[in-house]
Ligand binder design. Structure first.
Ligand SMILES: Cc1ncc(COP(=O)(O)O)c(C=O)c1O
Length: 415
């Protein structure tokens, strides 16, 4: 890619994604919606296909060799996910449906067991609904209190009153990276502040893990949640990582097969973690795809992915601002050291939905809407934004295509 100084051949990376060779109306797709969900490389598609063709069988249940082999593949995927986030133990990675379910699991199981009326959960103004609604639900059922960390004008967390906000809090649940502003939060610092105040931490790492080196031991958080589909893997599977002692002590989330040690007429006992939290037949093939996605990202290197995206984000902010000046307003910090490749913007007063439809005429795929962050939209004073989000397969030509397509929108809406 032009402008990138690393050893990775980014053109080859792009070629790894078959859908990017597809054309609509004779022109290629410009996919700028990876913050929503990412495209899949051949390695992931082929790993899932090969597993279904040669090794598919139930896991954890049957003594025959094919089932043992499928179980091995499933556990290897767990080990790969654990390795990617530098988890000390693979068994502390629980496969969930997605990040949303992972956060609900903690709120429901840990929160259900440990929170009482009047207990405080601290959130931030930049959370996705997945890290708001589960806590609102606990507020409704248990009477917990929610507090909020506000934002600075450039879309970073305003930490000036953090100590007061954490005073007496039981939980601090926050995102590592905003899906609207792109802001990267100082996770280790926030965890330390929470720990000093005696609060448990859960990090919504859904936008972070796909784009950065993640080290749960360096973060020292209690739980982190993320989704496979945003990191080159399939949808239908995500992960919760938690501290062994917390996961061990938590009650199960849902009950059924696979999560028990014993069931009697008068009760049941749970299987150890992670099976305790994986009731029922899990998404087996999706786990294989998740593991393959991790291996694919590892083959490139997460530090390289981050470098590539920093360079591209800088290019995008500079070229859009240069070309459109005051007519474009990009939310979030300007400094790419503290932001990822998510670019929410307002353009010449054109409604984001209209804008995205016009961009689609040029095959430019961006998301328009509230991005499941309605409290943040209200704080920004908008109903919606258009959002272009970058990933490892994007390059400067995608950013240029976006900039050109915005000109097309200008023509249609008469500027
Ligand atoms: C910051 C953040 N958290 C949580 C989620 C929820 O992810 P999922 O829908 O995969 O559960 C998203 C999805 O957009 C997100 O961006």
């Amino acid at each position: 890619m032009t402008g990138t100084t690393t050893s990775v051949d980014w053109k080859r990376v792009r070629d790894d994604f078959p859908i990017l060779r597809r054309e609509i109306d004779g022109a290629p797709i410009v996919y700028l919606d990876s913050g929503n969900t990412s495209q899949k490389p051949s390695a992931v598609i082929e790993a899932m296909d090969a597993f279904q063709r040669t090794s598919y069988a139930p896991i954890n249940r049957s003594a025959y060799r094919l089932a043992a082999e499928a179980t091995d593949h499933y556990e290897q995927a767990r080990a790969a996910v654990a390795r990617l986030i530098n988890a000390p133990r693979a068994d502390d990675v629980v496969f969930t449906k997605n990040a949303t379910e992972a956060i609900n699991l903690v709120a429901s199981s840990w929160g259900g067991a440990n929170l009482r009326a009047g207990d405080v959960v601290l959130l931030t103004h930049m959370e996705h609904h997945a890290n708001i609604v589960p806590w609102h639900m606990l507020a409704q059922t248990k009477g917990i209190e929610l507090r909020w960390v506000p934002l600075t004008p450039d879309g970073q967390l305003d930490l000036s009153d953090l100590d007061q906000l954490l005073d007496g809090a039981s939980v601090f649940a926050f995102t590592a990276m905003s899906n609207v502003l792109g802001t990267l939060n100082p996770v280790a610092k926030l965890v330390t502040a929470a720990r000093d105040a005696g609060a448990m931490t859960i990090v919504d790492a859904c936008q972070y893990v796909p784009h950065n080196v993640t080290d749960v031991q360096a973060w020292d958080a209690d739980f982190i949640a993320f989704s496979s589909h945003k990191m080159c893997g399939p949808s239908g599977i995500g992960a919760l990582w938690g501290r062994t002692e917390l996961l061990d002590a938590m009650p199960p989330y849902i009950g059924g097969g696979n999560m028990i040690a014993d069931v009697r007429l008068d009760g049941f006992t749970c299987a150890p973690v992670p099976a305790k939290f994986e009731a029922g037949t899990p998404p087996i093939t999706e786990a294989i795809g998740f593991g393959a996605a991790v291996e694919y990202l590892e083959s490139i290197g997460m530090a390289e992915v981050r470098r590539h995206e920093m360079e591209l984000t800088r290019y995008a902010i500079d070229s859009l601002n240069e070309r459109y000046g005051d007519d474009i307003s990009i939310h979030g910090p300007d400094n790419v050291e503290v932001r990822g490749g998510v670019l929410s913007f307002a353009f010449r007063g054109i409604h984001p939905h209209d804008l995205s439809q016009v961009l689609d005429q040029r095959n430019v795929c961006v998301r328009a809407g509230h991005h499941c962050a309605k409290p943040l939209m209200r704080i920004l004073g908008v109903n919606a934004t258009a959002r272009a989000s970058l990933y490892l397969y994007n390059d400067r030509s995608d950013v240029d295509a976006l900039a050109d397509a915005l000109d097309g929108a200008t023509d249609i809406f008469g500027f």
